[in-house]
Ligand binder design. Structure first.
Ligand SMILES: *[C@@H]1O[C@H](CO)[C@@H](O)[C@H](O)[C@H]1NC(C)=O
Ligand SMILES: *[C@@H]1O[C@H](CO)[C@@H](O)[C@H](O)[C@H]1NC(C)=O
Ligand SMILES: *[C@@H]1O[C@H](CO)[C@@H](O)[C@H](O)[C@H]1NC(C)=O
Length: 364
């Protein structure tokens, strides 16, 4: 019985992968279904499915120990979460399998897309050295595009790259050393550099065929358990301000690209506002606790100690992650991620605009 179940499971898995050739690891030209769409993912810890397991990025950017992963995967997958992340849900909604980490050893099948995100990463090279910055993620993507051309032929690869959706969560980490005493002019200059690097990456992806770009904007940094005013749990507006500045600039930059690059389409999910609402009005969305994280130490578990491996050994762990918006000092629970992913996928224009990600997938 067990082996029949296993074979049946394998068949189902292959059916899910869309491409019949995925099971023997080799796709021949013209074999992709007409409506096949891939998902390529770039970003930071909010999107990293485990790339950091394969690099030397320092323990504070690492989540390869329990209780990370405990509620969905039952083992630490190196996701900064108890379970799945937003892109895992987006893949599910798009009827794709889980999109693997690019650095996963032996990975050579990219027709469904691949994930380049790295916990701690930024759009600037100086941000958290040792992580995979945006420029490196882009160079990995260009390798994948080349490998797809070799595998599928130029025309089929171009079609795949044009139909694919490119999902981003990047920029939040670049502002980690900006604070209330940072001069406004310096903040603006900083935002300009971050947006400049993002724009460069988008142009290069467009160059090889990319047309459909989905962004999660920068969150309210002053509302993270690590950013809250530790005396009373209020969000610290000055810490969130640079995120706001970034988001206005991102919105302008994407609008400008849409005007310059023919066929360029984008979606911005307002992660900032969505997370602000979850944190401040948790019960409205089915959560018991919007500010105190499930795992960590300090009054709001805002200390980066979940798992006890990052210097601080003592930490608290909640009994039911679904009651919490936050899993650790800066990352939301799987239950919150599902909620956020639904807004990104099919949210109304007040939340996700000018298109939502579902609409991007529906464009051929
Ligand atoms: C603010 O950030 C600067 C670096 O940007 C740093 O030198 C300074 O110590 C920080 N101030 C506070 C209060 O954290
Ligand atoms: C991004 O900015 C850094 C400065 O931090 C620069 O060295 C790097 O080359 C830029 N990368 C891209 C892709 O623009
Ligand atoms: C965990 O919390 C959620 C949300 O409050 C609730 O629906 C669920 O029943 C709880 N699970 C357990 C095992 O208590």
């Amino acid at each position: 019985m067990a082996s029949v179940g296993f074979i049946f499971g394998v068949l189902l898995l292959c059916a899910n992968l869309f491409t019949p050739s995925s099971c023997n690891g080799h796709a021949s030209p013209g074999r992709l279904p007409e409506n096949h769409q891939a998902l390529f993912i770039f970003g930071d810890s909010l999107f990293d499915p485990g790339n950091n397991n394969y690099i030397n990025c320092g323990i504070s950017n690492q989540a390869n120990f329990t209780p990370y992963g405990e509620t969905f995967f039952n083992y630490p997958t190196v996701r900064f979460c108890d379970g799945r992340l937003v892109p895992d849900f987006i893949a599910e909604f798009a009827k794709l399998p889980l999109i693997p980490a690019f650095l996963l050893p032996g990975l050579n099948e990219f027709t469904n897309g691949v994930n380049f995100a790295s916990g701690g990463a930024g759009a600037l090279v100086e941000t958290h050295p040792g992580t995979i910055n945006l420029e490196m993620q882009l160079s990995y993507f260009l390798k994948v595009a080349k490998s797809l051309r070799e595998e599928l032929g130029d025309a089929e690869a171009k079609k795949l790259l044009m139909r694919a959706v490119y999902l981003f969560s990047i920029g939040g980490n670049d502002y980690h050393n900006v604070n209330s005493s940072t001069p406004q002019s310096y903040k603006r200059q900083y935002v300009g550099m971050v947006i400049g690097n993002i724009t460069t990456a988008l142009r290069e992806i467009y160059e090889v065929g990319g047309r459909k770009f989905g962004f999660q904007n920068a969150g309210p940094l002053g509302c993270l358990p690590a950013g809250l005013k530790q005396s009373n749990g209020d969000c610290v507006q000055e810490k969130s301000a640079v995120g706001k500045l970034h988001n206005i600039a991102l919105s302008k930059a994407l609008q400008k690209l849409e005007g310059q690059l023919q066929g360029f389409k984008y979606s911005i999910f307002d992660y900032y506002t969505s997370l602000y609402l979850l944190t401040n009005y948790p019960s409205k969305y089915g959560f018991k606790q919007g500010k105190i994280a499930c795992c960590g130490s300090g009054p709001y578990r805002g200390v980066n100690s979940c798992g006890g491996k990052r210097g601080v050994k003592q930490y608290h762990l909640c009994s039911n992650t679904s009651e919490h918006v936050w899993f650790d000092f800066a990352h939301t629970t799987e239950t919150a991620n599902r909620h956020l992913a639904q807004l990104m996928w099919s949210g109304p224009p007040e939340v996700t605009a000018p298109y939502n990600v579902k609409a991007l997938f529906e464009m051929l």
